[in-house]
Ligand binder design. Structure first.
Ligand SMILES: Nc1ncnc2c1ncn2[C@@H]1O[C@H](COP(=O)(O)OP(=O)(O)OP(=O)(O)O)[C@@H](O)[C@H]1O
Ligand SMILES: [Mg+2]
Length: 344
């Protein structure tokens, strides 16, 4: 039996905007999302802000009803049998809410254990196990108000695991967490999956998805753009080279000029302090140093390096590349399956 089956899930939000003349606006947050997750798999939903990741998770953990489509978790339909689903899942949303600051970590876990119906005689052992798993043993007597972000996040994960869920949903586990704490968190998540828990996590961080996930669905604009192992996604940009160019103060018009250079397949910009890093994806072996630099005429240019494409480049190409036209939703599902089969 599959741990998660999402079939053509859609969700539209209706909200009112305006005060004098209220209008109803509809947002199609998720537009036909289909994927499966096997038991014990660590599966990632990777996508930019507003892609529909949280909405997808909320339909799977029964917090939101799908507008259409179906989903099953551990074989139970999320809409028809939400109670059975809730008994088998845990979820953790990134951020600060959901813990009692004035209580110690231990008291928080005792409280939630009670709430989740963990049997009294199991509570002590279970809590000790979890404190150990998330690396908070020895700090459990401290009040949560003195906890760092990373410690809070790990306590959230412990909370989500109290009732031994088969499936854990983690919405951006490492948001706002420093790189060292994020590495510890990733280790915790990997340990969980190694212990047999199915994990569905969302992230903006390509490196996180690459390191942790067996398979990744890249989602943007409410649709799955690609689905497969991190390697299979990288292979999609395998026929490219990347020029990384440090620039200072580059405008949209100049970027458009770079995009128009023949052989350039995509351009992404990342702010790096006072400088910006341009990643220019080019056809493999195209040797576009000269024309690309010519297109940057008048812009102060720093270091220029040529490198192999990374998962991040694949992600950028999938999310905004011109060679991934928005598939209609029926096709998006099929495409996802094709890739999975190729790499399974
Ligand atoms: N309660 C809501 N009412 C109206 N629109 C909403 C609501 N929640 C989300 N949306 C919209 O739905 C779309 C998808 O949002 P969602 O939160 O699922 O994205 P996300 O991938 O989780 O983004 P992020 O990475 O920023 O968390 C966005 O356009 C968002 O503005
Ligand atoms: Mg979100």
């Amino acid at each position: 039996m599959l741990a998660i089956e999402a079939d053509a899930l859609r969700r539209t939000y209706t909200s009112r905007t305006g005060w004098l003349r209220p209008r109803r606006t509809e947002t199609e947050a998720v537009r036909g999302v289909t994927f499966d997750v096997a038991p014990g798999e660590l599966f990632g939903l990777l996508g930019p802000n507003g892609a529909g990741k949280t909405t997808t998770i909320k339909m799977l953990n029964t917090l939101l009803l799908p507008t259409s489509g179906t989903a099953r978790v551990c074989g139970h339909d999320v809409a028809r049998d939400p109670v059975a689903v809730r008994r088998r899942i845990g979820y953790v949303f990134g951020g600060d809410r959901g813990l009692y600051d004035r209580l110690s970590a231990l008291d928080n876990l005792r409280y939630f254990a009670e709430l989740y119906g963990v049997e009294a005689r199991d509570q002590k052992r279970r809590i000790a196990e979890l404190l150990d798993l998330v690396g908070l043993s020895g700090r459990e007597q401290e009040r949560v108000e003195g906890y760092s972000r990373g410690m809070r996040q790990r306590l959230h994960i412990a909370r989500g695991l109290l009732h031994r869920p088969e499936v854990l949903f983690l919405d951006e586990p490492s948001i706002g967490v420093d790189p060292v704490a994020a590495r510890d968190l990733r280790r915790t998540v990997a340990d969980l999956a190694a212990g047999g828990t199915t994990v569905l996590l969302t992230t903006h961080y390509m490196a996180e998805a690459d390191e942790l996930c067996g398979r990744v669905a890249v989602i943007a604009g409410g649709r799955i753009r690609a689905l497969g192992t991190p390697e299979s996604l990288k292979a999609r940009v395998g026929d490219r080279d990347v020029l990384e160019i440090e620039v200072y103060g580059v405008g949209e018009d100049v970027l458009d000029g770079v995009r128009r250079v023949p052989g350039v397949r995509g351009v992404a910009v990342e702010e790096r302090g006072t400088a910006q890093a341009l990643s220019v994806q080019t056809d493999r072996g195209a040797e576009l140093h000269a024309p690309v630099l010519a297109a940057l005429d008048g812009v102060r240019v720093g270091r220029v390096i040529s490198r192999e494409p990374s998962l991040e480049d694949a992600y950028i190409a999938l999310v905004e590349g011109e060679d991934s036209p928005e598939p209609d939703h029926e096709r998006a599902g099929e495409e996802a399956h094709d890739l999975t089969e190729m790499t399974a």
